[in-house]
Write a protein that binds this ligand. Structure first.
Ligand code: MEV
Length: 342
């Protein structure tokens, strides 16, 4: 039995535009997905996903024939339990040159599905690491990230960037721009997450932005402007003292980063990927004194991320109608890691 875990993530800046080669800055956060694998002799894959942080369910699926089972739960849940695992297993089989390897796979996750916190990336990363290790091959975190990207790319039909999988695999703060992926030595940010209990359909949201970008020059300009916001944010983050603690070098650092997050949210809203509940949480955070707030991930529903070193934003969010959960998101310095190997 081999168990690996990988963290979720928030986008500090740059989702959606990253799909078109613009830069993005992300932080891995301390909510993790754990994937346990046990080899099977018959070459099949059995997935048991009892806790995906919505209403838990169990799926038993014995491989590719006939595709994923017809289950009456939201599609992203089934995809998380089947499509991503199936693609991850294919990557592990290829990495270990073991095309006939079969597994019992158990997925447990503290990361809500489809909510912008990188649940599918964390599950895919942890599954690839666990499955390759159980076949006697140890990939380094960057190789796991690359294989997880290929798996996500396949499941999301070519719509995925490398950002989520890289962040989950290496942990910490990262900057991604096309194929250039690097760890950032940035100060620990005081991030607060608000979750509306919902989920967005990443594929649909990415297609919607693509359509707007294809039809309107100003939508293409909005995508480029997000890249400009991220370039500004990267300069700010890399100039700050990485050991300065949650408030950065001084309050002005958080004010400036917050302003960039607010601007980014405005551009994402213009591109049609916010929602009433995400906007309500963003405004509740700002009214409570957050230095900045924005949606995180694909949007459409799910999570916002706000910047606030005080307890005010979390408290305000917990009283905001439509906000189901509000929590401080600590930076996860560990990316993918082995939890148990026997
Ligand atoms: C989804 O978490 C983030 C998007 O930018 C898509 C991607 O980067 O793959 C919307």
């Amino acid at each position: 039995m081999t168990c690996c875990s990988a963290p979720g993530k928030v986008y500090v800046l740059g989702e959606h535009a990253v799909v078109y080669g613009e830069p993005a800055v992300l932080c891995a956060v301390d909510r993790r997905a754990r994937v346990t694998v046990d080899p099977r002799d018959d070459g099949r894959v059995r997935v048991d996903a009892t806790d995906l942080s919505i209403d838990g369910f169990t799926v038993t699926w014995d491989g590719a024939e006939g595709g994923p089972p017809d289950v009456d739960v939201p599609t992203p849940l089934v995809e998380a339990a089947t499509g991503y695992i199936d693609a991850a297993v294919s990557q592990a089989r290829e990495a270990a040159d073991a095309p006939d390897a079969g597994f019992d796979v158990t997925v447990e996750s503290e990361i809500p599905v489809g909510a912008g916190l990188g649940s599918s990336a964390a599950v895919t990363v942890a599954a690839i690491d666990a499955a390759t290790r159980s076949l006697g091959v140890e990939l380094d975190a960057r190789d796991v990230a690359e294989r997880a990207y290929r798996a996500e790319h396949e499941v999301q039909e070519g719509q995925a960037s490398r950002a989520d999988t890289f962040t989950s695999a290496v942990g910490g703060a990262v900057r991604v721009e096309g194929t250039d992926r690097r760890e950032l030595d940035a100060p620990d940010l005081p991030l607060v997450v608000g979750y509306d209990g919902g989920a967005g359909d990443t594929g649909e949201l990415v297609s919607g932005v693509r359509d707007l970008r294809d039809r309107y020059g100003f939508a293409a300009d909005a995508v480029t402007a997000i890249g400009d916001v991220v370039r500004e944010g990267t300069e700010l983050l890399t100039a700050a003292d990485p050991d300065a603690g949650a408030d950065g070098a001084d309050g002005a650092f958080l004010d400036e980063l917050g302003e960039l997050m607010d601007f980014d949210h405005g551009l994402l809203s213009a591109l049609g990927v916010s929602s009433r509940s995400l906007d309500a949480m963003v405004w509740a955070a700002r009214d409570a004194g957050a230095r900045g707030a924005k949606l995180t991930g694909a949007g459409g529903g799910g999570c916002i991320v706000a910047l606030d070193p005080t307890a005010e934003t979390r408290t305000a969010l917990s009283f905001t109608p439509g906000c189901e959960d509000a929590f401080r998101a600590e930076l996860a310095t560990d990316g993918v890691r082995v939890e148990e190997a026997a």
